[in-house]
Design a protein. Structure first.
Length: 185
């Protein structure tokens, strides 16, 4: 067993330990405008219906687009899109069309008006189902109404933001299914 030597940490830095879920690109559309934002603050809230919770600050251009349209697409980029992800995260959609800026391809979705991003491994079309936490916490609750994912690779190399410009790329998968009993799955 490891015997870690520890030091005190400012509480605002805990996100570097809890946050390494995949970076997603959230595409939105409202009144003829479209946008993409990079996001790392999201969580699965329910399996069926499939719900995702996410924090989007009201200062972000996408916040109002998603709040007003009540829909968006969660797109999962892979490691080969890191330059586009960084560029999206470092610009504002109020000043530039991020699809044109990055060369990413918008595609029509089936159940929402927000565009899918063709180059992403997976795309989850979402509807906002609960706005009760928006005013106080800027927290959207989304329901996935349509999901699209590449057939391979089974485990894509996704990006995970650690803070301060540092990313982790998903790596080795370890299968321990035989250790789980059916009632635990």
């Amino acid at each position: 067993m490891p015997d870690y030597r520890k030091k005190d940490l400012p509480v605002w830095e805990i996100r570097r330990f809890l946050e390494p879920g995949p970076v997603v690109l959230v595409s939105s559309a409202w009144k003829g405008r479209r946008n993409i934002m990079a996001m790392g603050w999201h969580t699965v809230m329910e399996f069926s219906p499939s719900r995702i919770g996410c924090f989007i600050t009201a200062a972000n251009h996408s916040y109002e687009m998603i709040r007003k349209s009540r829909e968006c697409v969660i797109n999962i980029p892979t490691a080969d899109l890191i330059s586009q992800v960084i560029r999206i995260g470092n610009t504002t959609g109020s000043e530039v069309d991020k699809f044109e800026l990055t060369g990413l391809t918008p595609q029509p979705a089936e159940k929402v008006d927000a565009p899918l991003i063709k180059e992403c491994y997976a795309n989850f079309e979402c509807k906002v189902t609960d706005t009760s936490l928006l005013k106080k916490y800027s927290f959207f609750i989304l329901e996935v109404v349509k999901a699209h994912a590449a057939t391979s690779p089974k485990y894509p190399r996704t990006l995970h933001y650690r803070g301060d410009g540092v990313f982790m790329i998903s790596g080795e998968n370890v299968n321990h299914r035989r250790k789980f009993r059916k009632e635990n799955l």
